[in-house]
Design a protein around this ligand. Structure first.
Ligand SMILES: C[S@@+](CC[C@H](N)C(=O)[O-])C[C@H]1O[C@@H](n2cnc3c(N)ncnc32)[C@H](O)[C@@H]1O
Length: 190
């Protein structure tokens, strides 16, 4: 389903935007041979739905936000409410994709609602990215791959360095520039 075609929107759910599109496109081009894919933080279910439609993979999705879980399920995506990868078994997925909350946010400006959880990456932009990198290796099959969307506002080099500490080598496989940021999709392999 295209970005403009979605009607059934939950107000407290991040709706697909340019970052969602970039990640979906990069993942679909590369996940042809995958059997089981996890999308963490699925929001509306758009990226998971694109991968399910564009590849032969079975796609499971997770989100912390119960409104997102509801919307993604309505879109036909198998979705569980979860914090990152916590409920999933070891070495389960051929691939994991994530468009994380990444905006660096002054603590005084943070607002405490579901859209904050979708957008804010805390003071350094990595409050969700770092624990994701620390934990995603557990649920990946030995030759599994991660596609992670990162913004220049968060700092791509810092994320690549942190991914290295978690045992991954990173390659940029797609990017797109906008007036205030450049979005990059990193491919992480062990
Ligand atoms: C930038 S939005 C991306 C939504 C969707 N994947 C897309 O690309 O359009 C980030 C999503 O991550 C979810 N999220 C934030 N923290 C999370 C966590 N700890 N575990 C699971 N999901 C989380 C948010 O609720 C939100 O839906």
């Amino acid at each position: 389903m295209g970005l403009e075609e979605r009607r059934d929107r939950e107000p407290d759910v991040y709706q697909p935007a340019e970052d969602s599109e970039l990640l979906a496109e990069a993942a679909c081009e590369r996940l042809g041979g995958s059997d089981l894919v996890l999308e963490v933080g699925t929001g509306s279910g758009y990226v998971a739905g694109r991968i399910a439609d564009g590849t032969s993979a079975r796609v499971i999705a997770s989100d912390l936000n119960p409104h997102a879980v509801r919307q993604a399920r309505r879109e036909g995506v198998e979705t569980v409410r979860a914090d990152l990868v916590s409920p999933f078994r070891d070495e389960t997925f051929d691939a994991v994709v994530f468009n994380p909350p990444y905006l660096p946010t002054d603590p005084e400006n943070e607002w405490d609602d579901w859209m904050e959880h979708a957008l804010s990456g805390g003071e350094d932009g990595r409050a969700v990215i770092d624990p994701f990198l620390d934990n995603v290796g557990r649920v990946l099959a030995p030759d599994g791959v991660v596609y992670l969307l990162v913004s220049s506002l968060t700092g791509v080099d810092g994320v690549v360095e942190r991914a290295g500490e978690a045992g991954f080598s990173a390659v940029a496989v797609a990017d797109e520039s906008f007036p205030f940021e450049t979005l990059t999709v990193l491919e992480l392999l062990r």
